[in-house]
Design a protein around this ligand. Structure first.
Ligand code: BEZ
Length: 252
């Protein structure tokens, strides 16, 4: 299970919810609509959605993120819930998900659960890491592990980055009609000189779960050296993100 640090997330990774603003615009939340925010993190986008007058339920598999979300936005309902195990008695006008689905390895299951949680004609609007996402970072982690003779464990790889075709197949199999789906490169600036170090510390902990803190720090440093010529551009770190973004509707 990934350990999450909500303080590091909120202080150094605000780009996650900032990029999500645009996805909220595509959601077009309406007053009184019931909306499920799947993988809500510390709740910033749930809060933005709620400002439309929609009734939002934010869920996330990480206790620490949900605790932080509840503290920040006590007026919104948040619960610890893994999308892969979601069996909602409530039904929603829309399911929204930003930068979360790639943490859920059983993609067909989670997509089916979203379909089941929607009202007839309900919409599913999501963005996640798509094929080729963070490839440069992943290669650097492998290279750094080899260089330092610290075993890299592919079985600990915590993400799935589907192709457009794979996602289309999941959505259609679940019963969705696809309104739009795009796969595109979105270089993502990270915060400050420590940007790549903080990113590795925040998001890749799972891959390093078998290592001591000293080994982790050595990997971060080595990755920084490997990645500097590739991802440090005009005085900032820019991660090689690829996104998959779609709008789908529940057919009845
Ligand atoms: C992403 O948003 O693409 C992402 C974030 C953390 C780890 C891996 C991918």
């Amino acid at each position: 299970m990934t350990e999450w640090n909500p303080t590091l997330y909120d202080n150094k990774h605000t780009f996650v919810s900032n990029f999500g603003d645009d996805l909220v615009s595509s959601l077009k939340p309406q007053k009184g609509e019931k909306i499920l925010d799947l993988g809500c993190g510390t709740g910033d986008l749930a809060y933005k959605i709620s400002k439309s007058g929609a009734i939002v339920w934010g869920i996330d598999a990480a206790h620490s993120m949900i605790e932080a979300a509840k503290e920040k936005y006590p007026e919104i309902q948040f619960s610890v819930q893994d999308g892969q195990q979601l069996e909602s008695k409530e039904h929603f006008h829309a399911v929204f998900s930003n930068a979360a689905l790639h943490w859920m390895k059983d993609q067909q299951k989670v997509i089916q659960n979203c379909y089941n949680a929607l009202l007839p004609h309900g919409r599913f609007i999501a963005e996640l890491g798509g094929a080729h996402n963070i490839e440069t970072i992943i290669h650097a982690i492998e290279e750094a592990s080899n260089h330092l003779s610290i075993p890299y464990e592919p079985s600990l790889f915590p993400w799935v980055f589907p192709t457009k075709e794979e996602m289309e197949a999941h959505l259609l199999k679940a019963g969705f009609r696809i309104i739009s789906i795009e796969h595109y490169n979105r270089p993502t600036p990270l915060d400050g000189e420590e940007g790549i170090h903080n990113w590795l510390k925040m998001f890749s902990n799972n891959l390093f779960i078998h290592m001591t803190n000293k080994e982790k720090e050595a990997i971060y440093k080595q990755c920084e050296n490997i990645l500097r010529p590739k991802l440090y551009k005009e005085k900032e770190w820019v991660a090689d993100y690829w996104r998959l973004r779609f709008i789908a509707v529940k057919e009845t």
